[in-house]
Design a protein around this ligand. Structure first.
Ligand code: NAP
Length: 342
């Protein structure tokens, strides 16, 4: 079994043919591409896929990868709920998707991941949906802000990227399981992480940067490691249930995510990515970067790889510090404590 806990490996996929829904694609050095060698897009992945009757919730659906993920899933027939803290922006995004795909079945829900009452309210509303939820796509994120503390003194990147999604996932797991039991089709939890998790370890003793100086790169990396650890733990908890979890590295793509980055930050990022030349100068389009999320949501062969870390529409391998089952359990317990109502 290839899981995020480590036994997979993009390198081991080299030269194999990946079965992409709607058509075969070759895997070159671990990277799935179309038969003529182009990087796969969302539409390549979903070509021929019919998601009618399935409901997907996408967080951070107002812009970037979330907007493209929502568009692509809706174009394939899914009912898509766009979750966003900026409700008006989500309505505008839904209107744009409807212009492109007049038959798109769309809904909008307010969700501020840094506000636990907002997350609980959204989850409560979603639990009332008659159609249930088949696909939860934890996509929203923030990167490299200056030190910012939200309610409870939580550091912003941890609160947004991990803890808000943790609470949403924990609240919706029973809904996902019930939906899968009713439809007979397994539900999936997809959490958008990043290869940036490799750069720095997660410090479970000081998640909020109280004991150590705040480092925006380390804080982003640990929040993205937390995304993978949550995937490992959700999979362990859902063993035997018709719910699978996947973590995704989308690749580099120019989006609003870089809004907090200074010139020095770009220099630091260049130094951190020196072993992967071209990765910053040759970014993916949003359609290419969101392809792995929609692949995670739909690829049939992933039923054999529950808990996997996915990149470039193939099973990859996350860093060991992000896949340690004991750390995954400990983070789950800490996150439960941090989201328990007082
Ligand atoms: N782009 C890349 O190169 C790259 C690489 C690796 C991983 N990723 C991951 O991909 C995901 C999507 O990023 P992106 O590149 O598409 O960035 P983006 O365009 O900045 O989109 C981020 C989304 O998250 C939302 N968001 C931020 N804080 C939120 C909160 N408190 N509550 C609810 N929603 C919130 C944003 O809403 P607002 O519009 O209201 O701010 C926006 O819709 C992130 O998890 C990111 O870490 C991206």
């Amino acid at each position: 079994m290839n899981t995020a806990s480590g036994s997979g490996g993009a390198a081991r996929n080299s030269g194999r043919t990946a079965r992409i829904p709607g058509g075969a694609a070759r895997v070159f050095g671990g990277v799935a591409r179309t038969l003529d060698g182009a990087v796969l897009t969302t539409d390549d992945v979903l070509d021929g896929v019919d998601l009618t009757g399935r409901t997907a919730l996408v967080t951070g659906a107002t812009s970037g990868l979330g907007a493209e993920t929502a568009r692509a899933l809706a174009a394939a027939g899914a009912t898509v709920v766009l979750a966003a803290r900026d409700f008006d922006a989500a309505v505008i995004r839904a209107c744009r998707i409807r212009e492109l795909h007049p038959r798109a079945d769309l809904d909008v829900i307010g969700l501020d991941l840094t506000d636990q009452s907002s997350v609980r309210a959204a989850a409560g509303m979603l639990a009332l949906r008659r159609s249930g939820i088949d696909l939860l796509i934890n996509n929203a994120g923030v990167m490299y802000p200056p030190l910012t503390r939200v309610a409870g003194g939580l550091e912003l990147q941890f609160a947004t990227n991990h803890l808000g999604h943790f609470l949403l996932t924990a609240e919706l797991l029973p809904v996902l399981a019930a939906t899968a039991a009713r439809t007979g089709i397994p539900a999936r939890v997809i959490t958008v992480s990043s290869d940036a998790h490799r750069a720095y370890p997660i410090d479970l003793d000081d998640l909020q940067f109280v004991e150590r100086p705040y480092d925006k790169f380390a804080a982003y990396a640990q929040s993205k490691a937390a995304n993978v650890l949550m995937t490992v733990e959700v999979q362990r908890r859902m063993a035997g249930a018709p719910v699978a979890a996947y973590a995704v590295h989308p690749g580099i793509c120019v989006t609003g995510l870089a809004r907090f980055m200074s010139r020095d930050d770009f220099d630091r990022m260049r130094r951190l990515t020196v072993r992967t030349p071209g990765i910053l100068t040759n970014p993916k389009s949003t359609e290419q970067a969101a392809a792995t999320s929609v692949w995670a949501a739909t690829a049939a062969e992933l039923d054999r790889h529950p808990g996997a870390y996915l990149t470039d529409c193939a099973v990859g391998r996350a860093a060991e510090h992000a896949t340690d089952p004991d750390a995954a359990g400990e983070l789950w317990d800490l996150s439960t404590r941090l989201t328990t109502r007082r």
